[in-house]
Design a protein around this ligand. Structure first.
Ligand code: NOJ
Length: 802
C-alpha cells in the first residue's frame, strides 16, 4: 500500500501520497455537467460535450506538478511576506504533515495539514445539477491564532476545446470576464467567449465576502507571466486587482479574508463553478448552494443515489478483492463508462470530432442494466439514432449536436468507411435490456435512422427493424469465404486491411447476435423469424469451421487476397485472443476445437498480468496491416494486454465449465489485487485500465488508459453472470455459477424485476459447475430459472452445486 488503501466501509480509496506514479483521478457529475477531478485538485469540467462545451483548461500532458484547471491557495503572513500554499499540494508543492485524497463515489475529498492548518475540501456535482461545488473547511490545528486568506482559482478554456490549442489569435481575442457584485458584497465572477455572452456564461462564486478578484492570468501570475502557478506574485499583495478581463487567458481568482482563526476553530467556505444562460437566471440556485446545510443535503442525496445504485447487486465471496471490486469499484466504473463513453479521460482527451462511440456505448449499457436500466434504454435510443438505414452504424457522435462521423476511417481515403462490428453490439445491448426489464414495448418504439429521406424527413422504423437490419448488413456484406467483410476495422480498431478482407471476429459476433435474435423470436412466438435466423446461424457456423481452423486455433482475418492473419503460417500475429474466445461464445466451435483453442490461449497468450491480444508483436510498420504496426511489440493491440478482451476468455472458459481457469484469468486482471506493487502498474488500483504492456516490452506490467474502457462492463458481466452465474433471462433469473472448485460457495443479493433475491450458493462437492438443486423460499424448483416476477418481495434462493 505504497500510495494508498481501500476503505470498503466508506466505499473509498484513500491516496496517502500525492506523488503517485501518474495522476490518479475520479469522475464527478455526468456528461450533462461534470468531468474529472485529479488527486491534487486539478479539474477538467464540461457541460454536455467535452469537445464543444468545455469549461476548465486541464492539460494532462503537463507534468504532475503543474496547475491544471482549478486549485485553492491559502496564505498567512510570515514576517512581511505571505506564506502561500495549496492544501492540494500541487501547484506549490510545500512539505505537508498530512495528505489524503479520498476517492469516493461521485466526490473527491482532499484532507491535508500544512503549517498548522488542516484543510478538508469535498469536491462534487450535486445530482442533476450544473455546478461543481468545493466545500472547504479550514481548521487551525496550531497553538496560536492565525489570520488566513483563501484564494480559490479556476482557469477557463474556450468551450471549443480543440480551438483552444489550435488558434491562439481568435481564442484570446474573444475571452471576457465580468464581475457581478451582489447586495451581500459577494461577487460572482462571470466568464464567456464574446459569442456566448448572452447564452452560455461560466461563473465562479463563493458564499463569503470576496475582498478582491482577478480574471486575467497574466495579472495574477505577474511579471509578464514569469510569475508561476507555484508562486503567483499577485498573492504577495494585500488585494488582487479587480480587473475584468477584456481578452487573454481568463481565470477566476476570488480572494477571501477569512479573519483570525483561533486554535481548534474551523471556518468554512463554499465555491461554485457553474454555467448558465445568464447570471440573473442562476442567482436563486447560487444562493441555495451558498447555504452549508444545502450542500450537506446535496451530499446526502448523492450518497443515497449510490446506495440505491449499488444495492441492486451485492455479493459475498471468499475473495476479498473480488468483493471490493464487484460491490463498489467495478459497478462505479460501469457507471462512468456509460456516462462518458470514451470521451474524456487523462488519455482520451475529448478534443475535436471524437464523441460517444457506437460500439463502446452499446457495450457500456450492458454494464449498468442491473443498476439503472432506464438510463440504459435512453442511451440505446440515442445510439439507434445514428444507425444507418442499411443497418450499419456511424462510429461515433457528438451528444450536443447528434452529428455523427465515421471515426478513424476518415483519415484513410481509400478504405471502407464503416466498422464491421459496430451495429451488431446494439443487438446484444437491446436483448440484455429486454431480459432485465421485460419492456418488450420498446421493440415497437419508432426511431429514425441517421440519414434523412429525399424529402428531408426522417426515415423512421421500429427498434426491432433496426435490429433486423443490423443482422442483414453483416449477412449481406460477405467476402470470398462467405465471411463478414472487415470494413475499415472490427473491434480491433488497429487492423486495417485492404477492402475485401474478412473478419472472423465479426462472424462470431454475428453468430452471438443471431443467437440473441433467435431467442427473442422464440420468446415472441415468431417462428418465421426464428427459422430465418437459425438458418443464417448455421450457414455462418459452417463457413467459420470450414475455412478458419488452423490446427490448434482459429485464424482471425482473411486478407483481401485470401491469406490468413492469426495463423501459425504468419511470422508475427500468429494467434489472436478474440479469434478463440468468440467462437466459444457464439457456440460455433465444436467442443474439441473450443478446448484446443482455449488451451492455445493459455499457452501462447497468457501472462501473470493478463492475456495478450495477440502474439508475437509485429516488429515494423506495415501500411498493409494498418494501425497495429504503429506500436512496438508488446504495446496495446500489438501484443499488449488489452484488458477488454480478457473477460471474453473468462466467459468462454465458464462456458466450458473451467471455473478454476476462469477465476485465475479474472483475478490476475484485478487492479485492487495489485495495490501492493503499484509502481509497476502505475495507474489507479480502483479502476480497470484499457491496456498493460505485454511481456515483449521491457516495461511489462505498466498500465495505461485507465477508466474509460469496455473492460469495466465486460469484467462485470463476466464476474456476475458467468462466474457467479446470476443470469437475467426472459423466463426469470437463472443461477448457474462456474466458480473455483475450492470455494465452499458464495452469497449474493440481486434486485431483479421488482423483487429481491437473496441467493445462497453452496458447493459441498467442490465442483466448478453444475447444479444439484435449487430451492426458492424453501420449495424445490424443476430447473434453475427462478421465475418469480415483480411481486415486490424478498425471496430466498438456495442453490446446491454438484
Ligand atoms: C479502443 C476502442 O474504444 C474500442 O472500441 C476498441 O474496441 C479497442 N480500442 C480495440 O481496438
Amino acid at each position: 500500500m505504497k500510495y494508498g488503501y481501500f476503505d470498503d466501509q466508506k466505499r473509498e480509496y484513500v491516496i496517502t501520497d500525492p506523488k503517485t506514479p501518474v495522476k490518479w483521478i475520479n469522475y464527478v457529475g455526468s456528461l450533462a455537467f461534470g468531468g474529472i477531478v485529479d488527486h491534487t485538485g486539478g479539474a477538467l469540467i464540461c457541460r454536455g460535450d467535452p469537445a464543444l462545451n468545455r469549461i476548465t483548461k486541464y492539460i494532462p500532458q503537463l507534468p504532475s506538478s503543474g496547475f491544471k484547471g482549478e486549485t485553492l491557495y491559502l496564505r498567512f503572513k510570515q514576517g512581511d511576506r505571505y506564506r502561500v500554499f495549496s492544501p492540494y499540494f500541487v501547484p506549490t508543492l510545500d512539505p505537508y504533515d498530512l495528505y489524503e485524497c479520498h476517492v469516493g463515489l461521485g466526490y473527491t475529498r482532499i484532507v491535508s495539514k500544512f503549517y498548522g492548518i488542516r484543510t478538508e475540501v469535498t469536491v462534487f456535482v450535486p445530482l442533476g445539477d450544473s455546478r461543481l461545488i468545493s466545500d472547504i473547511q479550514i481548521t487551525n490545528v496550531s497553538d496560536h491564532p492565525m489570520h488566513i486568506d483563501a484564494i480559490p482559482v479556476v482557469e477557463y478554456t474556450h468551450p471549443d476545446a480543440l480551438k483552444q490549442f489550435t488558434n491562439a489569435d481568435w481564442v484570446p481575442q474573444t475571452m471576457q470576464s465580468k464581475a457581478y457584485p451582489d447586495e451581500a458584497g459577494m461577487i460572482i465572477l462571470a466568464q464567456y467567449p464574446f459569442m456566448y455572452k448572452e447564452t452560455r456564461v461560466n461563473y465562479f462564486a463563493s458564499n463569503r465576502r470576496v475582498s478582491s478578484f482577478e480574471s486575467d492570468r497574466r495579472r495574477f501570475l505577474r511579471d509578464n507571466e514569469c510569475g508561476t502557478w507555484a508562486n503567483p506574485l499577485s498573492l504577495q499583495e494585500e488585494e488582487l486587482s479587480n480587473y475584468e478581463a477584456l481578452r487573454g487567458d481568463n481565470i477566476a481568482a476570488l480572494l477571501h479574508h477569512l479573519g483570525t482563526i483561533r486554535p481548534g476553530e474551523t471556518t468554512k467556505l463554499i465555491t461554485q463553478l457553474g454555467q448558465t444562460e445568464s447570471i440573473e437566471n442562476a442567482l436563486p440556485a447560487i444562493t441555495h448552494y451558498r447555504d452549508t446545510e444545502q450542500v450537506e443535503q446535496a451530499l446526502r442525496e448523492m450518497s443515497a443515489f449510490w446506495d440505491s445504485y449499488l444495492s441492486r447487486l451485492q455479493i459475498e465471496t471468499p475473495d476479498a478483492s473480488m468483493n471490493s471490486m464487484l460491490n463498489i469499484h467495478n459497478p462505479r466504473q460501469c457507471h462512468t463508462t456509460k456516462n462518458w463513453s470514451r470521451y474524456v479521460s487523462l488519455y482520451q482527451l475529448g478534443l475535436g470530432a471524437r464523441g460517444i462511440g457506437f460500439r463502446d456505448s452499446s457495450q457500456d449499457v450492458m454494464g449498468i442494466l442491473v443498476h439503472m436500466s432506464q438510463q440504459g434504454k435512453e442511451l440505446i435510443r440515442q445510439l439507434l439514432h445514428v444507425q444507418k438505414r442499411d443497418g450499419s452504424a456511424m462510429h461515433q457522435f457528438n451528444p450536443l449536436t447528434m452529428i455523427a462521423n465515421e471515426g478513424d476511417s476518415r483519415d484513410l481515403p481509400d478504405t471502407p468507411k464503416y466498422y464491421a462490428d459496430d451495429h451488431l453490439w446494439i443487438i446484444l445491448a437491446i436483448t440484455a435490456y429486454l431480459k432485465e426489464t421485460e419492456d418488450f414495448a420498446f421493440l415497437k418504439e419508432v426511431i429514425p435512422y441517421y440519414e434523412k429521406g429525399k424529402d428531408g424527413h426522417p426515415i423512421e422504423f421500429q427498434v426491432l427493424d433496426h435490429m433486423q437490419r443490423a443482422i442483414e448488413f453483416t449477412t449481406h456484406n460477405v467476402g470470398a469465404h462467405g465471411l463478414p467483410l472487415l470494413g475499415f476495422a472490427d473491434w480491433n480498431d488497429t487492423v486495417n486491411l485492404r477492402a475485401g478482407a474478412e473478419s472472423l471476429f465479426v462472424a462470431n459476433l454475428c453468430g452471438t447476435a443471431l443467437l440473441e435474435m433467435m431467442e427473442l423470436a422464440q420468446h415472441l412466438g415468431d417462428t418465421e423469424a426464428l427459422a430465418r435466423y437459425a438458418s443464417s446461424y448455421e450457414t455462418m457456423k459452417q463457413r467459420v469451421n470450414q475455412c478458419a481452423w488452423d490446427g490448434e486455433w482459429y485464424v482471425r482475418y482473411f486478407d483481401a487476397d485470401g491469406s490468413p492473419l492469426g495463423s501459425r503460417s504468419n511470422p508475427q500475429g500468429q494467434i489472436y485472443a478474440n479469434g478463440q474466445s468468440w467462437p466459444v461464445i457464439s457456440g460455433f466451435a465444436p467442443a474439441d476445437r473450443a478446448r484446443t483453442a482455449l488451451e492455445s490461449v493459455y499457452r501462447r497468450l497468457n501472462t501473470p498480468n493478463g492475456i495478450k491480444l495477440s502474439t508475437p508483436g509485429y516488429n515494423a510498420f506495415d501500411p498493409a496491416k494498418g494501425g497495429i504496426t504503429t506500436y512496438p511489440p508488446g504495446v496495446k493491440e500489438n501484443g499488449g494486454i488489452f484488458l477488454h478482451a480478457n473477460p471474453w476468455v473468462v466467459i468462454a472458459e465458464t462456458i466450458l465449465g473451467n471455473g478454476d481457469r476462469a477465476f485465475e484469468y479474472y483475478k490476475q486482471l484485478n487492479p485492487a489485487a495489485k495495490n501492493d506493487r503499484i509502481d509497476e502498474f502505475e495507474c489507479e488500483p480502483y479502476a480497470y485500465p484499457q491496456n498493460i504492456l505485454g511481456d515483449e516490452h521491457p516495461q511489462f506490467g505498466l498500465a495505461r488508459n485507465s477508466w474509460l474502457t469496455g473492460t469495466a462492463s465486460w469484467t462485470y458481466q463476466a464476474a456476475t453472470q458467468h462466474i457467479l452465474g446470476i443470469i437475467p433471462t426472459y423466463a426469470g433469473l437463472r443461477i448457474n455459477p462456474c466458480i473455483p472448485s475450492k470455494w465452499d460457495g458464495f452469497k449474493a443479493t440481486r434486485v431483479f424485476r421488482n423483487a429481491t433475491y437473496r441467493i445462497e450458493v453452496r458447493n459441498p462437492d467442490h465442483v466448478c459447475k453444475g447444479i444439484k438443486s435449487v430451492k426458492v423460499d424453501g420449495k424445490a424448483i424443476g430447473d434453475n430459472a427462478v421465475a418469480i416476477v415483480g411481486d415486490g418481495k424478498a425471496h430466498l434462493v438456495e442453490v446446491i452445486m454438484g
